[in-house]
Design a binder for this molecule. Structure first.
Ligand code: P5A
Length: 445
């Protein structure tokens, strides 16, 4: 993409309404624009990152054997009356009437809708296990929407639902989700720690939240610092292997790690004092096992091997896809702007032309652009007639991990400058070597 043809409405001023770095930077980098409280338009740069996050989530869900689908945002209130949650959900639910005076709602989550689909089409244990998921907009009429996409009213969520014959099978589904979530967050350059939490309006008392540690996080968390040494990494995993998934769950949840809702001071005191941490975190996902709560209420049963009808065991599992963008920026920025991890960056590399209109510089930039594109990488080429300082400031603000600076002086010596956004380190390389270096970095992802 050439910047002269893109739509990147960066702001010079720091917006006064933004209290935390991610919100400020997303507004300044022209990624989002508030449309009303807690509701945002996703401008091209923000939308690009959202798609990247969504793709990673899809890839990891499919790898785990979960099946993608799409349910609507608007739901009929009748299903929620069946589960008893229509009244329970309170003011967070946006209630709407259609022209026939029927009660509708903008879905805050989809347990009822998916249970209805399941009971309409599945009648035998032979069709189990089954995990269906979608990535869809949700609406929760939060009393205090704030921090930009972090606590929105309209937000993008991946929500998955497992249906199993037994509690044991459903717990395997739970473990599978835990493993796939660890992989998902790590691919986004994040460490998200599973912590025992509370079921809240979803239900169930077996649930873990995934938290990214950050001073600006909304949750208070208590944990054993040893847990931060754990990495999932690129180990091989067989999602059908019950023991293997269970072992990962045990490895990642055996140390003390809880949100304030389930915090137990007496247990916490058993952690050696030098490892006890009280901090704040951003909740980027939550997994639940709630047994037969919805299948009992809504009659979702299957015929078991003994011929008897039995309610299915269920869980639901959510990732806050739009919130993740805020969490990544909170975890990865400096005074000059965002620093995207390579796995989610909107463009792979920025090309800055120091002397637009100079024949050689223009030709060298065009050649770099073609080389990257031919390799399947997306460059953002700042081809505007602007001062170098302004171009660098924009590149730093939008946070592309790699920048190539091209100017007549370097070209005389046959080199361009490659700069790493994270470290600020630069090196001079011939253009082909610069392309190779950057291509190699992305090839290992
Ligand atoms: C699990 C999937 C559920 O709703 N039902 C379907 C279960 N869980 S949850 O924890 O309530 O939400 C899942 C994740 O969504 C994100 N999230 C939000 N993101 C932005 N703004 C909000 N107002 C908001 N509310 C929830 C969180 O990341 C949460 O973990």
């Amino acid at each position: 993409m050439r910047l002269s043809r893109y739509f990147l409405p960066v702001l010079k001023e720091t917006p006064s309404e933004a209290q935390i770095a991610s919100h400020r930077l997303m507004l300044r980098a022209g990624m989002i624009k508030q449309s009303s409280a807690g509701i945002y338009s996703w401008l091209p740069l923000g939308f690009k990152v959202l798609r990247k996050l969504e793709n990673i989530v899809h890839e990891e869900q499919i790898r785990a054997g979960h099946i993608p689908m799409l349910m609507p945002t608007l739901q009929s209130a009748d299903l929620w009356r069946e589960s008893g949650r229509y009244d329970d959900y309170g003011q967070e639910m946006l209630r709407i009437k259609d022209r026939h005076d029927r009660d509708m709602l903008y879905g805050p989550t989809n347990e009822e809708l998916i249970t209805d689909i399941f009971r309409s089409h599945v009648g035998s244990y032979k069709d189990l296990p089954l995990t269906l998921y979608h990535i869809q907009w949700k609406f929760r009429d939060e009393i205090r929407p704030r921090f930009g996409v972090m606590r929105g009213r309209e937000f993008y969520m991946k929500d998955g639902y497992n249906f199993d014959l037994t509690k044991e099978d459903a717990l395997h589904a739970y473990n599978r989700h835990l493993v796939s979530y660890l992989r998902t967050y790590e691919r986004m350059g994040l460490q998200a720690i599973p912590m025992r939490a509370d079921g809240g309006p979803i239900g169930g008392d077996y649930t873990h939240e995934f938290l990214v540690l950050a001073e600006t996080g909304e949750s208070e968390v208590f944990y054993d610092s040893e847990i931060t040494d754990l990495k999932f990494g690129d180990r091989a995993i067989d999602y059908d292997d019950v023991a293997q998934c269970q072992a990962v769950l045990e490895e990642f949840t055996s140390r003390y790690a809880r949100t304030d809702e389930t915090h137990d001071e007496a247990l916490f005191q058993q952690v050696p004092e030098d490892r006890r941490r009280v901090a704040r975190g951003i909740e980027v996902g939550q997994i639940f096992y709630f047994g037969t709560k919805y299948s009992d209420a809504m009659g979702a049963t299957v015929q078991g091997p003994d011929g008897k009808m039995t309610p299915v065991h269920m869980g639901s599992h959510g990732i806050g896809v739009s919130r993740l963008m805020g969490a990544i920026i909170e975890a990865s920025h400096d005074d000059n702007g965002i620093i995207w991890p390579e796995g989610v960056t909107p463009f792979h590399v920025g090309i800055v032309n120091l002397k637009q209109g100079d024949e050689e510089a223009d030709a060298a930039c065009d050649a770099l652009y073609s080389s990257f594109t031919a390799l399947g990488l997306e460059p953002l080429y700042d081809d505007r007639n602007e001062r170098a300082g302004g171009k660098f400031a924009t590149m730093d603000l939008i946070g592309l991990p790699w920048r190539i600076t091209v100017g007549p002086r370097g070209l005389k010596n046959g080199v361009v400058e490659v700069t790493c956004r994270r470290t600020g380190a630069s090196e001079e390389l011939p253009p082909e070597a610069a392309v190779q270096k950057i291509a190699q970095i992305y090839a290992t992802l």
